[in-house]
Design a protein around this ligand. Structure first.
Ligand SMILES: *[C@@H]1O[C@H](CO)[C@@H](O)[C@H](O)[C@H]1NC(C)=O
Ligand SMILES: *[C@@H]1O[C@H](CO)[C@@H](O)[C@H](O)[C@H]1NC(C)=O
Ligand SMILES: *[C@@H]1O[C@H](CO)[C@@H](O)[C@H](O)[C@H]1NC(C)=O
Ligand SMILES: *[C@@H]1O[C@H](CO)[C@@H](O)[C@H](O)[C@H]1NC(C)=O
Ligand SMILES: *[C@@H]1O[C@H](CO)[C@@H](O)[C@H](O)[C@H]1NC(C)=O
Length: 409
């Protein structure tokens, strides 16, 4: 990380932002992704000073080892997934209030739903062990994917549904069996929610042993899985560089996005491997049918959409059918209007000072698209042995005006 370049970029950004804000006064929209929140280290709203001091002394909390991987907005709150990649990570799911008047830098994160559910001291499987992502449906139900499992993990991966409009009560919970996701080494990475036919979640299994797409039916409280070569890593897409760190893994299916409801046909599920550039889709009509998924005939229905200009982690579709995806080594975000040809896909914005590892997306209810850029590859690749103790900004939530909403609406 070249700090002087970052500073220069920051200066240029300020000049650029000034120009943009002039245009805004004439009624035009900013096309950049502007930093809204940023963190050098993640810290929490501790119960009291003793608890904080004790956590630091016992290394239950090692500030530089805490990282963010997923964001979702709902009713003036950002929910934040913090996978426990390394030691000293006391909270795996938290939130910040956007109506807070505190500076939008180093905001303290509160545990969700509470400290106890995040505390693994006496590890029971009803605790939140390692949350990688979540989705919040139109009814305010947050589908939390507690699905990242290390070789030392004790509890199988699970999906827990919390009602955000009713004191964060658990309304449903499902534990994935071994044949779908391994309790040691499984990695349920990201999900989208489909409100049709009693509710479905489509989930990427990113674990290297058995990658695929997992379908969960809320009505049946049951899950199944499909596997296909389109979900594997692409060997010639490895060794890409983000902020001077080479990503040298063969990382399978990861990014996932769902098209909005469409009267003219079933919704499409989009997916791509992290180590890969090709984008694929499959109809939810097939995914929702467990019998259809159990044979191999559905493979003819996998559609190759096209080759992106770079590798991606997170993706999202808005309610008009525009797909947004991170372009990791280009420090940018790409977009494609799914009504047209993929040849018309383009880069929305790029910034190598602020958009380092473009990861998770979320829409708010005012026409903004948010992006979490999080340096997460450094945590995964080095097991936190990188220069994380150096005080530079590692996590940013950036905002961009689209005038649209999430695919859920
Ligand atoms: C972390 O937050 C607590 C308040 O919850 C505060 O007392 C403490 O000083 C903070 N630590 C750092 C390093 O900022
Ligand atoms: C863990 O369990 C022990 C024994 O049941 C109990 O005394 C202790 O309070 C528990 N700690 C936490 C943090 O739940
Ligand atoms: C899957 O592909 C077959 C063969 O092209 C086609 O007949 C069928 O309608 C497709 N199914 C869906 C749900 O798109
Ligand atoms: C996407 O393409 C369709 C069909 O060409 C068009 O009607 C629509 O306005 C486009 N959407 C955006 C956001 O450009
Ligand atoms: C960032 O972009 C600037 C301007 O395009 C370029 O000069 C610089 O080398 C880039 N830095 C990195 C780390 O890619």
């Amino acid at each position: 990380m070249n700090r002087s370049i970052t500073t220069l970029t920051a200066v240029l950004l300020i000049i650029f932002s000034t120009t943009v804000s002039c245009e805004c006064t004439k009624g035009k929209r900013a096309s950049s992704f502007e930093v809204e929140y940023q963190w050098t280290f993640i810290n929490f709203t501790w119960e009291n000073e003793n608890t904080y001091n004790d956590a630091v002394t016992t290394k239950r909390y090692i500030p530089e080892n805490n990282a963010m991987a997923g964001i979702k907005f709902y009713k003036d709150t950002f929910y934040i997934a913090m996978p426990r990649i390394c030691e000293g990570t006391p909270v795996t799911l938290g939130y910040i209030s956007t109506s807070d008047t505190t500076p939008k830098s180093e905001s303290l994160i509160s545990p969700f739903p509470d400290w106890n559910t995040n505390d693994l001291t006496n590890h029971t499987c009803d605790k939140l062990e390692n949350v990688q992502s979540m989705e919040i449906d139109a009814d305010g139900i947050m589908w939390v994917l507690d699905g990242f499992r290390k070789p030392t993990s004790k509890c199988p991966p699970k999906l827990v549904l919390y009602d955000l409009n009713n004191e964060a009560k658990v309304v449903q919970s499902f534990t994935f069996p071994e044949e779908i996701s391994l309790s040691k080494g499984g990695f349920l990475n990201d999900l989208v929610v489909d409100d049709s036919d009693g509710g479905f979640a489509y989930i990427t299994e990113h674990g290297s042993v058995d990658p695929g797409i997992v379908v969960y039916s809320r009505a049946q409280n049951h899950a199944w899985k499909i596997r296909d070569a389109s979900m594997f890593a692409e060997i010639d897409a490895t060794n890409f560089v983000v902020d001077e760190v080479v990503f040298n893994k063969l990382a399978p299916v990861d990014g996932i996005a769902l098209s909005p409801r469409n009267p003219s046909g079933p919704r499409q599920l989009y997916y791509c491997a992290l180590t890969g550039v090709n984008l694929y889709s499959i109809s939810t009509e097939i995914l929702k049918d467990e019998t259809a998924c159990s044979g191999g005939e559905w493979r003819v229905n996998v559609t190759h959409i096209g080759a992106k200009s770079a590798q991606s982690d997170g993706m999202v579709v808005d309610n008009t059918g525009v797909l947004y995806y991170g372009l990791l080594p280009l420090y940018g975000v790409g977009s494609w209007n799914s009504s047209g040809s993929f040849e018309d896909a383009g880069v929305v914005y790029a910034n190598n000072g602020t958009m380092i590892w473009t990861d998770s997306f979320s829409f708010d209810d005012k026409g903004y698209l948010y992006l979490l850029a999080n340096n997460i590859h450094k945590y995964f690749l080095t097991q936190c042995a990188f220069d994380s103790t150096e005080p530079y900004v590692k996590f940013r939530i950036l905002k961009h005006f689209t005038g649209t909403q999430s695919y859920l609406h």
